[in-house]
Every structure is written in structure tokens, then in C-alpha cells.
Design a binder for this molecule. Structure first.
Ligand code: HEM
Length: 160
């Protein structure tokens, strides 16, 4: 069932084009690197603010203005990543570094959801001051998860 899905991804005309024309992979990889640089750079800035370690004179609301940029850059990372993934879907999904990378992206998403359901709801109480412990923990988990995603992404071609 899963194998059928992976094979049909590999057989898509766009996957064939990406395999046949050597210009596509480097272009997609460059797009991926630029967009993930924006995602990770902006997320780490926000994480450090949430941990109370950086830009403490700025309110969290002000620091959070980068969030729309994070979503746009994440969409670009997702599209470019999916286009590199599709032509060799079976090989990538069997790769341990790739599996852990996707798992950590999900973990970072879950961590963000928990923050929004928890400490973020009472943001008015700590917007200008020291963040509560749960916000700091959430920032630390996010920071570590995104750094690990970058390392694992780089490890994919060197892992089975
Ligand atoms: C914002 C989230 C993401 C980050 C931080 C990230 C990180 C990375 C990094 C650091 C690389 C290595 C780039 C290089 O060495 O030139 C990479 C490559 C790659 N990423 Fe991502 N990635 C993300 C999302 C995704 C997603 C969602 C997918 C799949 C749907 C994906 C699929 C790939 C593929 C297929 C490669 C090429 C691996 C190879 O060298 O063969 N990435 N990623």
C-alpha cells in the first residue's frame, strides 16, 4: 500500500523530469537551503526570545511579527523538499536520517501547538516581562529540534 504510493510518486511526470534534467536537483536544493535558512533563522530568534535570552527589551508580540515569514518560508521548504523527495521516494523513506528529520519536524509542530494551547493564551501577562517556565521549555525544545533537523538533513546523503 505505502510502497504503491511511493512508486506512483516516483512515476509522476514531474519526478521523471527532475530525474532526467540535471538542472532541477541543484535548483531545488538551493531553494530548499534558502527557505530553510529563513525558517530556522527566524524560529531560533523567536525561541531565544521565548527563553528570555535575547531581545528582552522587545515584547514577545513584536518578536512574533516574524511568524508570517516563517510560514511562507516553511511552505517553500516543504514544496522544494517534496519535489526532491518524489523521484526517489522509496530510497528517502528508507533512510534513517530522513525518517528522524521528518519525525523532528512533526515534534516541532506539536511543541508549537502545545505552546499555543498553553502559555501563549496568557501572553498578555508576560508579553513584556520574563517568560514563564513552560514558554522557556517550549523555546528550548524548538531550538534543539530545529538544529537537529538541519544536521539530519545534511546527513541524509551520508546515511542509509
Ligand atoms: C523547514 C524544514 C526543513 C529543514 C530545516 C530541512 C533541512 C534540510 C537540509 C539541511 C538539507 C541538506 C541540504 C544540502 O545539503 O544542500 C535538506 C535536504 C533535503 N530535504 Fe529538507 N528540510 C526541511 C524540510 C523538508 C521536507 C518537509 C522534506 C520532504 C517533504 C525535505 C526533503 C529533503 C530532501 C529530499 C533533501 C535532499 C537530501 C539529499 O541530499 O539527497 N525537507 N533538508
Amino acid at each position: 500500500m505505502l510502497q504503491d504510493l511511493l512508486t506512483s510518486l516516483e512515476d509522476l511526470p514531474i519526478s521523471q523530469e527532475i530525474t532526467d534534467n540535471p538542472i532541477w536537483f541543484p535548483l531545488l536544493e538551493a531553494t530548499h537551503v534558502l527557505s530553510l535558512g529563513l525558517v530556522v533563522g527566524a524560529v531560533l530568534f523567536l525561541d531565544l526570545r521565548l527563553m528570555g535570552l535575547f531581545a528582552r527589551s522587545e515584547s514577545v508580540t513584536r518578536a512574533a511579527r516574524v511568524i508570517p515569514l516563517i510560514w511562507i518560508a516553511f511552505a517553500l521548504a516543504l514544496i522544494s523538499g517534496a519535489l526532491m523527495f518524489a523521484p526517489a521516494a522509496t530510497r528517502y523513506l528508507a533512510n534513517t536520517a530522513f525518517q528522524v528529520k521528518l519525525g523532528l519536524i512533526l515534534l516541532a509542530g506539536l511543541n508549537m501547538l502545545l505552546l499555543h494551547q498553553g502559555a501563549w493564551r496568557r501572553l498578555a501577562d508576560w508579553d513584556e516581562g520574563a517568560p514563564p517556565i513552560l514558554a522557556r521549555i517550549s523555546g528550548a525544545i524548538s531550538l534543539l529540534a530545529w538544529i537537529a533537523v538541519v544536521i539530519l538533513g545534511r546527513l541524509v546523503p551520508f546515511t542509509q
